[in-house]
Design a binder for this molecule. Structure first.
Ligand SMILES: Cc1ncc(COP(=O)(O)O)c(C=O)c1O
Length: 341
């Protein structure tokens, strides 16, 4: 399970019954993974911080590097480490079916993973795995097409690895997901590449797909430009930022996403951001002040974006004074990260 999508550790004992490990995208996530989940901890960070790498090695069982340069930088420390950690490089197969650029790791100019032209005939010494992540809420057929693209450019490297991580974005829990097709496809890869001992999938969303509610209350109803807006005690910007980023309109129980009906409202947030609103929705009856509005599917990504996304520490807060001294007021670490979950 990729913790970047869902890291509510109070649910780990349930999830742990079904899977052997987690994926972490920062030291905070790796610590949470090793302390609260256990099992395999697959780290993949866009870049590792030198001052955090020793601790990262104590938490992780597998470490994927985003570039050969990062691998070369940390290789001496990896090789000197008494604990065996298997290392990989993330590839960019330059093929992705993700429609939204914000979520597409293969857009031109992407910083995520290395394209085939950056590799030589052989993998850097010590690299045992390859990692590819190009999907988002996709089925096994999209994975199959993606693997064909990987094979086109990286087949010589596929013959050199012990493990292949096919990333996340597999919506395994969506009704209609063809699990038999996925299993058949994975078996074909094992048959074709006998050197590959382990194929890893690291979905996040799938674990919490269509779960979780955000409950809010109508505080005011404003008529503006002939339309009605229900002002809530929550905020799209502060509590559902992925709705603005993606953008997508979250479902509300008892309402349809539409502007055609008798009781049509947008819902607006408590912040002063003009765009902190969503909809329109058609409700079954007129909204009244004090009504409860329940947003659905609020668990995966929504929750991590309002706690600490990717487990990446918030910046320090301090005061830079006129005499050019800096007074550190607050810094953030694992305890702050964990306490928000
Ligand atoms: C490297 C990597 N692995 C796994 C995931 C999890 O993807 P999802 O939650 O879509 O399954 C992501 C999501 O961004 C990712 O970047």
């Amino acid at each position: 399970m990729a913790l970047k999508g869902f890291s509510m550790y109070s649910a780990f004992p349930l999830v742990r019954q079904f899977i052997p490990g987690t994926t972490a995208s920062s030291l905070n996530e790796a610590r949470l993974a090793s302390i609260e989940f256990g099992g395999e901890v697959h780290a993949y960070c866009v870049a590792y911080l030198p001052q955090e790498f020793d601790e990262m090695m104590t938490c992780a069982t597998h470490i994927t590097f985003n570039s050969i340069r990062q691998y070369e930088q940390f290789k001496p420390r990896l090789q000197a480490n008494p604990k065996k950690i298997s290392a990989a490089i993330r590839i960019n197969p330059e093929f992705s079916e993700v429609e939204t650029d914000l979520y597409n790791p293969c857009i031109p100019g992407s910083r995520l993973g290395m394209t085939a032209d950056k590799f030589g005939a052989t993998l850097p010494e010590g690299i045992e795995g390859l990692h590819s992540h190009t999907l988002c809420e996709k089925d096994s057929y999209a994975l199959e097409r993606t693997f064909e693209a990987i094979e086109q450019n990286f087949s010589h490297l596929l013959k050199q690895i012990k493990w292949l991580n096919l990333g996340g974005g597999h919506l395994l829990t969506k009704i209609g997901y063809d699990h038999d097709h996925l299993i058949g496809m994975i078996k074909n890869i094992y048959d074709k590449y006998p050197n590959i001992e382990e194929i890893i999938l690291e979905p996040g969303s799938a674990f919490a797909w269509q779960t979780g509610y955000l409950v809010s209350t109508v505080l005011d109803i404003i008529e503006s430009g002939g339309k009605e807006i229900a002002v809530l005690d929550s905020s799209i910007s502060a509590h559902m930022p992925d709705c603005i980023e993606m953008p997508y309109i979250a479902s509300i129980i008892g309402a349809k996403i539409s502007d055609e009906g008798n009781y049509t409202y947008k819902v607006g947030g408590l912040t002063c951001l003009a765009g902190d609103q969503m909809g329109p929705y058609v409700f079954e009856k007129p909204l009244l002040m004090g009504d409860t509005i329940v947003f659905e599917d609020m668990m995966h990504y929504t929750m991590v974006k309002t706690t600490t996304f990717n487990g990446v520490n918030l910046p320090n807060i301090g005061i830079w004074k006129e005499d050019n001294t800096f007074q550190l007021v607050k810094s953030f670490g694992y305890e702050e990260y964990k306490s928000r979950l």
